[in-house]
Design a protein around this ligand. Structure first.
Ligand code: PLP
Length: 398
C-alpha cells in the first residue's frame, strides 16, 4: 500500500511554471539553444554593496539564531521603509521578515483562514495564492477579470463576491502575471466596498511596488485609506526590487495581535531568516536605490520592445499593455483550433508546449494563472534574447 499523503498536501496542484522551466532547463542542458521567457526573477546580479555586507557578517561569525521575526535593527529598517514608501507608521512588533514574500503569505493564510473560509482572488492571479488558501483549508473565490477590464477587479465584482464566509481579499498591484497597475481612483473605489464589510481583511501584495513604468504609478490602498489599517496586511520583499530572489527575504506588516500569531507560527516552523542576510537586507532597504534607475529604464525599454514586437505578429495581441512588474501577458487565443508547425494548438498549455518543442522558446501557459487565452512572457532577459525569441515566435505562428 502506498504511503499516505495528508489532505493539506494532496489539495495542492503542481506548479506548472516550475514544470515548464524544468523542461526548458533540461533542453538547454542537452545543448539546445532555448530562449526562455519563463523567468520570474530579474536577470541582474544583487548589487555589490548588499552582497558585501552579507560576506562581512558571515566572516564575522554571525551564524547563530536571532529572534524569530528577525533582529531588532532589521525590524526597524522595515518600519523605516513603511514610513518612506507608504508614509505609514508601524512599530517593530508589527512586522516580520520571512523566507520570501511567499512565506509571508503562507503565514498570513495559515493564521487567518479556517476550514471553509473564503478568500477573494482576482484572476489572472499569481498561482501560489489559491494553492496556499486551499492548503490552509480555505476556499479560493476566483473572480474573472478579463483583458477588456484591464485585468482588474471592479468594485461591483468585489461586492458581489463577498459572502458571510469571506475572510480576505488579495490585491496584487503591479500584478504578476498581467503587469496591471491599479490607479488611485480604482483602489479607492475598491476600498469603499471594503469599508462596508469590516470583517474582510485586505492582503496587499506589493512585491512589484518599485517596478512601475510611466505614466503609471504605484499606489497603496491602505496608505490612502487608513480606516482599513486595522485589518490590512502589507506584503513586500527584497526579491524583485533588489534582485535578491535566492536570498529568500520577504516581509509583512499588520496589526500587532495578528503579526504575533504569524511570528508564533514562524517560530515553530522556519524561525528567523538566515542570520547573515539580515544586516544586508537592512542596508538594501535603507539604500538610496539609485541602481533602480538603471534597472527600471532597462526593463521599460525591453517592455516596449516586446509589446511592439508581439503586437506586430498576427494572432497575438498585447492589450492592455503591462505597466509594471516584468511580464507581458498577450492573448494568443486567436491561434487556438489551428495547427502550428505540425502541432495542434487548442489552449495555452498546448501553445506553450508546441512553442517549446518546435521552436525552442519557453513561455508560461496562462492557464497556470487562471487565464487560458494568454501566455506569460518575462522580459527579465537580454534584448538580444527578446529579438531572437520573438523571431522564433513569429515563425511558429506563420
Ligand atoms: C505576486 C508575487 N507575490 C509574491 C511573490 C513571492 O516572491 P518571494 O517569495 O521571492 O519574495 C512573487 C514571486 O514570484 C510574486 O510574483
Amino acid at each position: 500500500m502506498a504511503m499516505k499523503i495528508s489532505r493539506n498536501a494532496s489539495v495542492l496542484s503542481p506548479s506548472l511554471t516550475l514544470a515548464l522551466t524544468a523542461k526548458a532547463k533540461a533542453m538547454a542542458a542537452e545543448g539546445i539553444d532555448v530562449v526562455s521567457f519563463g523567468a520570474g526573477e530579474p536577470d541582474f546580479d544583487t548589487p555589490d554593496f548588499i552582497k558585501q555586507v552579507a560576506i562581512e557578517d558571515l566572516n564575522k561569525g554571525l551564524t547563530k539564531y536571532t529572534a524569530e521575526r528577525g533582529g531588532p535593527d532589521l525590524m526597524k529598517a522595515i518600519c523605516e521603509t513603511l514610513k518612506r514608501d507608504y508614509n505609514l507608521e508601524y512599530k517593530p512588533d508589527q512586522v516580520i521578515m520571512s523566507v520570501g514574500g511567499k512565506h509571508s503569505l503562507y503565514n498570513i493564510f495559515f493564521c487567518l483562514v479556517d476550514v471553509g473560509d473564503e478568500v477573494i482572488i482576482p484572476s489572472p492571479f499569481w498561482l501560489t495564492y489559491p494553492e496556499q488558501v486551499k492548503a490552509a483549508g480555505g476556499v479560493p473565490v476566483i473572480v474573472n477579470c478579463p483583458p477588456a477590464a484591464g485585468f482588474k477587479i471592479t468594485p461591483e465584482q468585489l461586492r458581489g463576491a463577498i459572502t458571510p464566509r469571506t475572510v480576505a481579499f488579495v490585491l496584487n498591484s503591479p500584478s504578476n502575471p498581467t503587469g496591471a497597475v491599479y490607479s488611485k481612483e480604482e483602489l479607492l473605489a475598491l476600498g469603499r466596498v471594503l469599508l462596508d464589510f469590516p470583517k474582510v481583511v485586505l492582503i496587499s501584495d506589493d512585491l512589484y511596488q518599485k517596478l512601475v513604468y510611466a505614466p503609471a504609478q504605484f499606489h497603496s490602498l491602505p496608505a490612502m485609506m487608513p480606516e482599513l489599517l486595522d485589518r490590512t496586511v502589507i506584503v513586500n520583499g527584497l526579491s524583485k526590487a533588489y534582485s535578491m530572489t535566492g536570498w529568500r527575504l520577504g516581509w509583512a506588516a499588520g496589526p500587532k495581535h495578528f503579526m504575533d500569531a504569524c511570528a508564533n507560527l514562524q517560530g515553530h516552523s522556519t524561525s528567523n531568516v538566515t542570520t547573515f542576510t539580515q544586516r544586508a537586507a537592512a542596508v538594501a532597504l535603507r539604500s538610496d536605490h539609485s541602481f533602480l534607475i538603471e534597472w527600471t529604464a532597462k526593463f521599460d525599454a525591453r517592455r516596449r520592445m516586446l509589446i511592439d514586437a508581439l503586437n506586430s505578429i498576427k494572432g497575438i495581441s498585447v492589450d492592455p499593455p503591462p505597466m509594471g512588474a516584468f511580464y507581458v501577458f498577450p492573448d494568443v487565443s486567436a491561434c487556438y483550433g489551428g495547427t502550428l508547425m505540425g502541432r495542434k494548438v487548442s489552449d495555452s498549455l498546448s501553445f506553450s508546449a508546441g512553442l517549446l518543442e518546435s521552436s525552442n522558446v519557453a513561455v508560461v501557459p496562462g492557464v497556470a494563472f487562471g487565464e487560458d487565452r494568454c501566455v506569460r512572457l518575462s522580459y527579465a532577459t537580454s534584448e538580444k534574447n527578446i529579438e531572437k525569441g520573438v523571431a522564433r515566435i513569429r515563425e511558429f505562428l506563420s
